[in-house]
Design a protein around this ligand. Sequence first.
Ligand code: PLP
Length: 482
Amino acid sequence: MKTEDFRHHAHELVDWIADYLEHADRYPVCSRSRPGDLLAALPASPPEEPEPMADVLADFRRDVLPGITHWNHPRFFAYFPANNSGPSILGEMLSAGLGVNGMLWQTSPAATELEQRTLEWLAQLVGLPAGFHGVIHDTASTATFCALVCARERTTGFAANAEGLGAATAATRGPLRVYASREAHSSVLKGARLAGFGAANVVSVAIDAQRRLDPADLERLIAADRAAGKAPCAVVATVGTTGCTAVDPLASIGPLARRHGLWLHVDAALAGAAAILPSMRWLLDGVEHADSLVFNPHKWLLVNFDCSAFYVRDPDHLQRAMAIHPEYLRTTRDAEVVNYMDWGLQLGRRFRALKLWFVLRTYGARQLRAFVAAHLELAQEFAGWVEATSDWELLAPVPLNTVCFRWRPAGVVDEARLNELNAALMARVNAEGTVYLTHTKLDDVTTLRLAVGQRATTREHVQQAWAALQAAARDIAEGEHS
Ligand SMILES: Cc1ncc(COP(=O)(O)O)c(C=O)c1O
């Protein structure tokens, strides 16, 4: 592409993105594509001859855009958010323009040092105690996998890396065990499987009435495992569970993990962002006992996907677990700098710190706090409407941005029927396209979740969601009676 053409199309695309950000609400939130729609529109073979960029962009609009679910739509209330912002997009663009690979300090000193400093800033913002050292990963899943590898190597004295897990667990005289509540994210099980623990050694710890991990049960399980010749290795505590944002009590779990020599990893994927508010610092009470923690600025801190902040207490241990130094990756600076390739699985690394830096600087802590605080308030307000309305009920406390609730029409008591009705309700509002909500099951109860977290979401959008839900419930009820 000629420079002039690049300039022309870049301007055109930036204009398109600016309009999109301003008017994402013109689209149905959730894509209405059916399976195979885009595949049917795309040629089966790649083009032999160059095609004009204008044609590609036209095809993007015609064929690709209908298959987009608009995560940054102000009425996107599904899952957990993955929000973005102008400064973050500019940082991403610049990173793509520079195209650096920050695998070593030497391969772009600024990429490494900006990552170090922005992660120090972030640690201060969420109130992490001194002594945590950060690295940016793509996702929380990757960070949790790395934490479990660190735990494995600590318990086995690096024998798993050296000899394989079979030999290592012969030395520990029993399988390594990982503990987490059943509300923990699936990335814990996945990480444990991939790190060689085996799904059978991921132990489900009981939860209390608020779905928080029960430390007494953890203690009991550890003792039972030891008595049975198993090797307790790690506990993953979740601050802000995916289902209903329950907050595991780090202040109790931490000392217990220490006493039993377990690696404590804290998965605060969503909720870590809320700790930028002094009033929400309680979320991380006890984090001083943790060996590692992850949270995602790409979820709720205006940094577009992907950007996950992984902190460890002992970066030497992490590096010993991860690092391999072939001759072609050695530099004369290695003894005096950070080489982030040694802090995770990947060798090549994108320059993600740029977008984080752009966001932290252009919003400043004050505006970021106001942004998160507004979402917390909206979630409380929505929860209040649910609570105050007959035929609706809250299904979990609302400590953060996510409200768990259901429609419970008068006279319907059968739980299976209530599940069906709520599934039908969600399908109906989502098909209308004005809002997008997703569900979970809390025990066996189909639970609707409304997670507030988009940059442009206001009270009006939350009211529209509430109105859409109530209207859909009325329609379903009328349909049943007619
Ligand atoms: C508590 C929790 N942990 C981990 C994850 C996985 O996040 P990622 O997509 O960054 O791997 C999620 C995703 O929503 C989550 O809610």
